[in-house]
Each structure stands twice: as C-alpha cells, then as structure tokens.
Ligand binder design. Sequence first.
Ligand SMILES: Cc1cc2nc3c(=O)[nH]c(=O)nc-3n(C[C@H](O)[C@H](O)[C@H](O)COP(=O)(O)OP(=O)(O)OC[C@H]3O[C@@H](n4cnc5c(N)ncnc54)[C@H](O)[C@@H]3O)c2cc1C
Length: 383
Amino acid sequence: MKYDYIIAGSGCAGLSLLYKLLQTPSLQDKSILVVDQDQKKSNDRTWCFWEKKPGMFESIVHAKWNTLEFVSTHFKKELALESYTYKMIQGIDFYNFVINFAKKFKNVTFLQETITHIDATSEGAILKTAENTYTASYIFNSTSLFNPKITEQNSLLQHFKGWVIQTEKPVFNPKIGRLMDFSLPQDNGATFMYVLPTSNTEALVEYTLFSPTLLDKEKYTEALKKYIKEELKIEYYTVLHEEFGVIPMSLARFDENPKENIINMGTSGGFTKASSGYTFQFIQKNVSEIAKNLQAGKNPNQPNSFKAKLYHWYDRTLIDVLLTKKLTGKEVFTRIFKKIMPEKILAFLGNESTLAEDLSIMKSLPLLPFLTSGIKQLFGKRF
Ligand SMILES: Cc1cc2nc3c(=O)[nH]c(=O)nc-3n(C[C@H](O)[C@H](O)[C@H](O)COP(=O)(O)OP(=O)(O)OC[C@H]3O[C@@H](n4cnc5c(N)ncnc54)[C@H](O)[C@@H]3O)c2cc1C
C-alpha cells in the first residue's frame, strides 16, 4: 500500500505535524503511517517556549509565566513579557495527548520499527526498516538520517541537566521564572542556571552550558546541588524527576530538503535555533506552513524565505563569536538584557522581530566582533 504521508520519527516534530494534519479538515482523511523506534512512553524532556496567543497545545500547558528574571554578576532584572507568555509542556503529556487523539483515526497507522533508509522515487518517497519497505507521496523526516556532521569546529553543544525538585516548605514564587542566572563560574563556556517554579514548593532547576564538549557526569550534579543550597538557600528537598539533554548549536547548514518528496523537520530540518537551542515554537510554525502548502495543493518542500535565511545568519554569527571566543556568552546576554526591552528580546529570539528591533539589539553589542564573525559567516567556509 502506498500512503499519502509517512511521518518518520514521532517526537516533537513528527507528532506536531500529525496533530496539525488531523486538525485540518481537508487533510485529516489522508492515509498516514507514523514510524518510530521508540514508543514515546517516557517523560524524557520538558519544552519551554513563548508565544502571544494560545497555541495548538494550550490544553496541556503544565505551567506559564508572564514575568521572568535575568541574573548576572551584580545585575538582576525582572522581565515583564507584555504580549508574550512563557510556557512549559512536559514531554509525556504531549506524547499521550497526540497519540491518544490520533488513535481515533482509522487512517493513521503507528509502527514501532527502526528506520534504516529514506529516499526519493519517481513517484514519491520510500522508507526502509530492517523488516519492511514503505512508500508514500511525501515523507516527513525528523530522524537524524540526513544530519550534517557536527564537529568541535562547527558547533557548540547546549548541554544541560535538570532536576524537578520539591520542598516541604513554600520557597518559590511560581509567578516568576528565572530564565538565566549567569552569576556562575564561566570556566567551561557560557554557563547558566534556569529555575522555573511550577508551585511554591516545586521547580525545575537546570544547569546549562554552551561549549564544544560535555562535562563529566558528576559535574552537572555538583553544580545543581551547590546552586540549590547556596543560591536558592534550600537545605531539604526531593528530586522528583531528572532530565539530561544535548542540543546542537551549529554553524553546519541543514540541507534544505535534499530530495524532492522528503521534508526534513525538527532538529534534523534545522529548526533548532542555533543561538539558543529553542526548537518547540519553530517546529509549530513549520508544521503550520507544511499543512498550509498541502492544503493549497502545493509541494510542502519550499525553499527558506529571506527572513529565515537572515535569522540563520544572525544565529551563525553569534555561534561564531562564541566559538572564536571573541566575547563570552555571559557578556553578550548580559548586555542585551541590560539594554533591551524583554518583549523585543523575545521577538528577536523567536524570529518575529522587525529590522528596526534587530538593529537595536545589534547596537547593544560591540560592533567589531560581530562584524568580523558576520562577514565570515556570510562569505566564508560553509560547513
Ligand atoms: C532534554 C531536552 C530538553 C529540551 N528542552 C527544550 C525546550 O525547553 N524548549 C525547546 O524549544 N526545545 C527544547 N529541546 C530541543 C528540542 O525541542 C527537542 O529536542 C525536540 O524534541 C526536537 O524535536 P524533533 O522532533 O526534532 O526530535 P525528537 O523529539 O528527538 O524526535 C525524533 C524522533 O525520531 C525517532 N528516531 C530517531 N532515529 C530513528 C530511526 N532510525 N528509526 C526510527 N525512529 C527514529 C526518535 O525515537 C524520536 O522519537 C530539548 C531537548 C532535550 C533533549
């Protein structure tokens, strides 16, 4: 049987697309095969993102904040987000929500197999697993089969360990999330703590670094323990949940869909913002675009817009500045948060800013390092 669509990988991007297709009247009857090697039964990640309006997954938002704070050495600023809300969704809620919804549709088939090969054919696209071969008009891929090589020369890694901790006494203010606390030693690259309270006794505390290599496992635990004790002044707590992650922040260019009927999505499609690691909100915009094109009878394989290319260049410029150690991440983020209104920073980081806002952010930073890295990223070696 030839499917209309195969969704290869049912993580954030695959399931976001599936949900969007099933929400779209003219697409919800298409035959869809969803292939993943994993059953998506574990709470393996927490997604934070910001948006102006309630999004597709509003009903499973676990916590939200209209105020965040930024902390650096001798500097602390409360950030009123104005039109934006910062939101958190737990991985397991997301997987259950989409999979349970999709199971009501007879035209959707879930398959647990490891994908070994994806290719284009004259009539569409083909996917192979160790056991079987499947064909479709389009394959939407979020596995790493087409990923560029991530090396120390072309990438920083965003690596982090997070604990959801619970205290006996009320110690947190759930109305304010700490987006970044840079007042930590910066010996291993840009290093900050992230504290998101979901109630007055519970918070996600995450130790995050941007650097070319990972730390020894115990270093993350040591840093979390020290921060909770010395900065948050919490002696007694229980760790309810732990997450560890590595997100590529790369100069490597993810191919603009190498094959006609194969559409790369998610991190593998280049939708992880290289300068911040945020991906969730960019995935949502991308799946809306895909559904819009399919609805209009267009090939969803569209080239990147000028604006998307511009933001990729901004991102690569910042990564280059950090990789070549022209400035530290702490210096860059502290300058921006000191000088720019939070709403404008979120617009910029969310690829929603105007050119005038982009220029005001650039003006808050030293010109020379960004100019040299920017020119290099425009005309220099492509990874
Ligand atoms: C712990 C963690 C926390 C994060 N937090 C945030 C956050 O707060 N905000 C944010 O915006 N981003 C965050 N990210 C980054 C990003 O949003 C996630 O990585 C997101 O899951 C990317 O979606 P994806 O669909 O591209 O990849 P995934 O969600 O990883 O999905 C890929 C799927 O492909 C499957 N797969 C891979 N290879 C094969 C194969 N050969 N055969 C079959 N199946 C295969 C995998 O099993 C997986 O289900 C986080 C990442 C991690 C790891």
